[in-house]
Design a protein around this ligand. Structure first.
Ligand SMILES: [Zn+2]
Length: 479
């Protein structure tokens, strides 16, 4: 492909050693060291050395990181990638409008090629934004042909992915026990593949008979983690957590998505199990699962990772995810404090911790902390260079953590290295066929629009607006 060389004509072929020089390195190692004017050497897919004026092997590509920040690749633990072809369609939706459109009305219209289109576009978008690992919370898999299409797309993108298999068109105790599901799993997945992991994705609705139990049994039998939407106002709540806990269906590898509207008891149960929470702040703020939960998860010492949920509403810019999470956490701290008539002097959450959630937190949630999530010698090389010499917002860099969370955006991602391979450089994707993603997406959009019909298409995008009530004003101000 023509974009496999940089502006100096140097090859960006995969497998080549890379040395990234003279950047500010946010390591996110155990000491959270931040190193100035430092180099990161990548050889054979692994971070080989970190330091100053490093020697590099013959043929290594040298990347100038001066004026930029070298950080670990970000990790998104919950994204419905299959919905990406419908980008922005539901920007004005509430959660119930989303449920009606996808779960009840139109989700069943998605064909395998539509799952493929969404996943392909979302996978490319993720690596472009510096998100090197994404969990594809794929609950549109109404057949294993759909699932094969999902995996085909993930394998067509040089990123790290986890397929979280789900199917909103059938109950979890139905699809998970079907022989073709297990056949699909054993055919497409192996335990040793760091680039493509597997989870089972389904929700527990709180029925005392706990009908979801057979799905958990399948997860145990296959030895795969479960990810579940938990603490979603009006949908999943404390009963779901209690049932999972009482039936021994949670553990350190369980990911609880949102975790917003839960009682003390539920948070204690999750914390005791070692499970983690995936916070999708923009989603919770806009859709209504409950207040974004990082502020309360902290009080129970529940590990946190971040996620973007779906591009049918929001962007997949993980800098925005971090910024929104810092803001919502602080907003709640001020709110709780002001209810007591007190002013906040010291903020509880710092940008450093939010970056931890976006990197190490994701690695921990996925059981990959020994492989990814930080820039440390011996780890797989998932590395992002945030640098943009053309942007007035990218200098001066005085506070690296603060700069990443409060100033940077995905257009500032200069270089992305995944498993030691360059997938983006000089702000351009490398070896990616964006045209193929565009064509697949256009076909899906026109198919869905034709199937749904114009009237439903337009009304689905434009929910009813109730008349705004303006408060009566006792004053008349005449000058
Ligand atoms: Zn979700």
């Amino acid at each position: 492909m023509s974009n496999n060389v940089n502006s100096a004509g140097e090859s960006l072929e995969h497998g080549r050693p890379i040395v990234i020089r003279n950047g500010i390195v946010i390591t996110m190692d155990d000491q959270h060291r931040v190193l100035k004017n430092s180099d990161v050497l990548v050889v054979g897919g692994v971070i080989k050395e970190i330091g100053t004026k490093l020697g590099a092997p013959e043929g290594a590509l040298s990347i100038d990181a001066s004026g930029g920040i070298i950080m670990p690749g970000m990790i998104d633990t919950h994204r419905h990638m299959w919905q990406t072809a419908m980008r922005g369609y539901g920007a004005d939706w509430s959660l119930s409008q989303y449920f009606v459109w996808y779960y009840l009305q139109h989700g069943k219209n998605f064909r395998p090629e539509d799952i493929y289109a969404g996943n392909l576009l979302s996978g490319i978008e993720a690596i472009d934004a510096g998100v090197t690992t994404s969990v594809d919370w794929s609950h549109g898999l109404s057949s294993t042909q759909h699932a094969d299409a999902a995996v085909d797309a993930l394998e067509a993108v040089p990123g790290r992915f986890v397929l979280a298999y789900g199917n909103i068109q059938a109950a979890p105790w139905e699809w998970s026990v079907a022989p073709e599901f297990k056949e699909f799993y054993s055919r497409r997945f192996s335990a040793n593949n760091d680039m493509l992991g597997f989870q089972m994705a389904f929700d527990v609705l709180g029925d005392e008979a706990f009908p979801e139990k057979p799905a958990f049994d399948v997860a145990k039998e296959l030895g795969v983690p479960v990810t579940t939407h938990a603490g979603v106002f009006g949908v999943t709540g404390d009963n779901s957590i209690r049932l999972m806990h009482d039936h021994d269906c949670m553990g350190p590898d369980t990911v609880f998505v949102h975790c917003s509207t839960l009682s003390d008891d539920s948070y204690h149960r999750i914390a005791a199990s070692g499970g983690s929470a995936s916070v999708s702040t923009e989603s919770e703020q806009s859709a209504g699962q409950g207040y974004p939960s990082s502020w309360i998860l902290r009080q129970y010492d529940i590990p946190i990772s971040l996620s973007h949920d779906t591009s049918v509403w929001w962007s997949a810019d993980f800098f925005t995810a971090m910024r929104a999470t810092a803001g919502s956490d602080r907003s709640r701290q001020h709110f709780e404090s002001q209810l007591k008539g007190e002013q906040v002097i010291n903020l509880d959450v710092r940008c450093e911790e939010v970056i931890h959630w976006a990197t190490r937190g994701g690695a921990k949630a996925l059981g990959l902390e020994d492989k990814i999530g930080s820039i440390e010698v011996g780890k797989r090389a998932d590395v992002v260079l945030v640098k943009n010499d053309n942007s007035p917002a990218m200098f001066p860099i005085i506070n690296p953590y603060g700069h990443v969370v409060m100033q940077a955006q995905r257009a500032d991602v200069d270089t992305v290295v995944i498993d030691g391979n360059i997938v983006k450089h000089e702000h351009k994707l490398v070896g990616i066929d964006l045209g193929a993603a565009r064509t697949a997406t256009e076909k899906t959009v026109s198919f869905l629009a034709d199937t749904i019909g114009e009237e439903a298409w337009v009304s689905g995008m434009n929910p009813e607006l109730t008349e705004r009530q303006i408060n009566e004003n006792p004053y008349k101000y005449v000058k």
